[in-house]
Ligand binder design. Structure first.
Ligand SMILES: [Zn+2]
Length: 102
């Protein structure tokens, strides 16, 4: 009776250990996959950068300070020669102001 009880208990402990190992195995698998995932993410980022083009080709509402598409034109002033207009933009996300001569 005493031996059976001990066997039962040791089987329970074994199962708990196994479950713990399985948990760690999942984490280990994720860790092993990390370099591949990082490579994939880097490729994706390079692809996105290429498609976005140089900063002067970004959509006009992209804030160069924080990256949010939250720039809004606030005021415009025609320049003395009347050929160009000074635009004042403000980012609604980070409040940075930007001047553009257009
Ligand atoms: Zn911003």
């Amino acid at each position: 009776m005493g031996a059976l009880k001990m066997m039962g208990r040791s089987r329970m402990v074994g199962l708990t250990d196994l479950l713990g190992l399985l948990d760690r195995w999942d984490e280990w698998k994720k860790l092993k996959a990390a370099p591949d995932r990082i490579d994939a993410l880097e490729r994706e980022l390079a692809d996105l950068r290429e498609r976005l083009g140089p900063p002067d080709r970004w959509p006009p509402d992209v804030c160069k300070a924080c990256g949010a598409r939250a720039l809004r034109m606030r005021r415009t002033f025609p320049q003395p020669d009347m050929r160009k207009i000074m635009q004042f933009w403000r980012c609604e996300a980070c409040q940075v102001e930007e001047r553009r001569l257009a």
